[in-house]
Design a protein around this ligand. Sequence first.
Ligand SMILES: [Zn+2]
Length: 357
Amino acid sequence: MTVTNDNNTDQSVSQDGCVTEFGGAAAPCLFCGSESSKVRFTFKDPGRREYRLRGCLNCQARFIDPTPTRDELARAYDAAYYGKGSGKFSGPVEAVLDRFRRGRAVRLAKLLPDRARVLDIGCGNGGFLRALHALGSFELHGVELPGPAAERTSRYPFIRLKTGTLDQSDFPAASLDAVTLFHVFEHLDNPRDVLEMAVNFLRPGGFLVLSFPNIASLQARMFRANWFHLDPPRHLCFLPPAAFRKQAEARGLRILGERYFSPEQNPFGFQQSLLNLFQTRRDALFEDMKGNRVHNSARGRLGLIIQRVFVVLTGAGFVAVDALESVLRTGATVEFVAQKTGEADSTSSGKTVTDQG
Ligand SMILES: [Zn+2]
């Protein structure tokens, strides 16, 4: 339970009865900058630091408060986040993820003309761009923060990589055929600026493909502080799909499709959220799968093995749950496909735009 008083300082009573005072004024909305927001609930990161999830009363964004410091984020994004080998996860998990990357690449490639210029913001290991490269002759650009993921991507000569953050001067206006952000939007401390830059870089008729956790989903509402996709302190800002639609349309984008079914993200998210109800340290299995040793004791290791067995045995059931949620448009993640409106022929690629949902 959390109460917000008039001067916007909060007192939170957690489930274990612990009272936390949050000092200072509330952080402004990470998306629109509004000072007007309300605390939805409090939650803890794996290091047991407590945060509030605020809901902006102006744009409906939900955002983490206090904003994690640079040091906290640096620790959260250390080498363990990106994995030690060629990918973030172990070989078999990366192989499965590659299949999903290929699926996304196939869906986008169908919309693009030959030699299309594509930018993947937060391109990680370059997996999506590599999948696109295998499908046609595209000019491929990626942006990624310095670190192991960017180093891996820099080994592929066909990817023009910028190491750092996206900047207005990176591309001329109306010069790109597609911009993609797969599970990147929620990590940004300037999501509105990046959305506006992406729209500016797109030519009229160009495509924006963007996916992020659905804070209005059944999972998010069921699990609240224990929801896997809160991923504190890395996820900073969430737009409910209806709010994103409004922001996109206000910037000259036409929504072509919304996809809520994601067997890559949602079934595991449900399972890990369930497991979080029974342990003090959130997302322990997920951390372990990335090679982060969260437990060294025999009892702890046994617990993680039991969790792995649970995930494997119940996987198909949770894929079915995800399918049902996606029919109801309440899946735990959403992928938007939008097209920039404008004077150019919106079907200049000569290809038919089909609903991605
Ligand atoms: Zn806002």
